[in-house]
Design a binder for this molecule. Structure first.
Ligand SMILES: *Cc1c(COP(=O)(O)O)cnc(C)c1O
Length: 465
């Protein structure tokens, strides 16, 4: 499979190169040159397959030319063998039509493990035997950092520096990062906000001296391989609920538009999806964009769903690319305008193309808490606040009565236990495999919110070997 940039001028790459590159060098994002199709019979044949075999069937066309089916299977077995549930992403029924797809059985209790565990395997595979060592540098407001660290800890040819804003991630989230003592893992607490940390990472990627001394790589959700891994669970769930002979709707708690874009990909591949619900919290740029074309970034409001407190959703560009008829020049000028003004209007004819599949809703804190209690009282489930945003949206929107609605459960409730306890009175315990998190030794560096200090620290650490 060839990968092309949404801005039309970066070189076409194969799957291996697109995975290692992350971002395209024209500022765009890599997407497959075409959407591979699965026939209804091929989808029907997924019934009864386990998660790994489903993953192999769904992902093989995307990795063609870089990995064969057996290689892909080995990587999937290694990635998903670390999950705490045999089904990897089990479905749980809430009432006659609402279901949860539990995506949080990975090592760090959020859905990001589904993609990052595979990405870690892919990186190791693609770098093995080679001369290159890559340096992953990232900033996290919580979930991505621990999932990325767990994915690459102890791996050869990879080191990871993860910046988090000191005192602004939860104790569980911090400890999930800082208690990983593998020698290739470097945690840095920055005196500043998440945006400060993020800005430093961006600056480092554009810094000629740093790029000269390091082979930098990114693991945020602009990396195509992450989205590819997420396409799998849409098929896995839909087939269990009667697909492809029955349409299924999905409600997706959304921040960077990565997870819900994976659902769009599943639909392009031929999975009959009745509706994809883009569920945002009060940081609702996507809801405004999809309903009125108003794609303008405001200031971020902090909520009980921090992983969705985002104003600019990087992966939305991938949808716009398709809506614009895959015209890279058009996307270059649209995104150029957005970068300059932090706002743009999506033309009506482009938006029209999204209406058949996407709906959206913006859910405030009260509606989120209500959905948390509804799941507790009617479905007997304690869910996390992000999942509750998805469930609230699913229950608000008008979806045909015979369509089952699957809300993606993106985090384990124990990860956000203060908010869960406030809404339900129940304090969800950490799963046993994380039970001693609070006794483990922590290791991290504290640095001032100063770019030069952070850069000097990273370069010196790498130079020491
Ligand atoms: C990252 C995250 C999201 C948002 O996912 P996107 O792919 O960025 O849209 C939702 N819920 C949780 C718990 C997350 O960690």
């Amino acid at each position: 499979m060839d990968y092309i940039s949404t801005r039309g001028s970066a070189p076409t790459l194969d799957f291996r190169a697109a995975t290692l590159a992350g971002l395209a060098n024209d500022g765009g994002l890599y997407v497959p040159a075409h959407w591979p199709k699965m026939t209804a019979d091929e989808i029907r044949a997924l019934a009864g397959l386990d998660y790994v075999e489903t993953a192999v069937r769904v992902m093989t066309p995307f990795v063609a030319g870089a990995l064969n089916e057996d290689e892909l299977r080995e990587l999937c077995k290694a990635a998903y063998g670390r999950f705490g549930h045999d089904a990897v992403t089990p479905l749980v029924q809430l009432d006659h039509r609402h279901w949860l797809l539990e995506l949080f059985h990975g090592p760090t209790l959020a859905f990001k493990d589904v993609a990052l565990q595979l990405l870690g395997q892919l990186f190791e595979k693609f770098l093995s035997g080679g001369e290159t060592d890559i340096t992953i540098v990232g900033a996290t407001s919580g979930d991505t950092g621990s999932a990325a660290i767990e994915a690459v800890a102890g791996r050869e040819h990879i080191r990871i520096f993860m910046l988090h804003p000191e005192g602004r991630v939860s104790d569980v989230q911090r400890r999930q990062m800082t208690t990983v003592l593998a020698p290739n893992v470097y945690n840095i607490a920055i005196d500043g906000s998440f945006d400060d940390a993020q800005a430093m990472v961006k600056r480092l990627f554009g810094d000629a001296e740093a790029r000269d001394q390091l082979t930098l790589s990114a693991v945020n959700s602009i990396n195509w391989a992450r989205l590819m891994a997420q396409v799998v669970y849409y098929f896995y769930a839909a087939v269990r609920l009667g697909g492809p002979d029955r349409k299924v709707a999905f409600s997706v708690p959304t921040g960077n538009f990565g997870d819900v874009f994976a659902g769009y990909v599943a639909a392009q591949m031929g999975l009959p999806i009745a509706r994809l619900v883009v569920a945002t919290n009060v940081n609702d740029i996507l809801h405004r964009a999809l309903t009125s074309g108003d794609y303008s970034a405001g200031t971020v409001t902090a909520t009980a769903t921090p992983s969705m407190d985002i104003q600019v959703s990087s992966n939305f560009e991938r949808l716009l690319f398709d809506l614009a008829g895959r015209d890279g020049a058009a996307i270059t000028s649209m995104m150029g305008e957005f970068d300059a003004k932090r706002a743009m209007t999506i033309p009506g004819d482009m938006l029209a193309g999204s209406r058949g599949l996407f709906s959206s809703a913006s859910i405030d804190g009260d509606a989120m808490a209500l959905a948390l209690r509804w799941a507790q009282e009617h479905g007997g489930q304690i869910i996390d606040p992000h999942t509750a945003v998805g469930l609230a949206a699913a229950r608000t929107l008008d979806i045909e009565a015979d369509v089952p609605i699957v809300t993606l459960a993106t985090a384990h409730p124990a990860k956000f236990r203060e908010a869960v306890e406030r809404a339900t009175g129940v304090r969800p315990p950490l799963p046993a495999r994380l039970g001693n998190l609070f006794e483990r030794e922590e290791r991290y560096e504290r640095l001032p919110g100063d770019y030069d200090a952070v850069k000097a620290h990273i370069l010196a650490t790498v130079a020491r070997g």
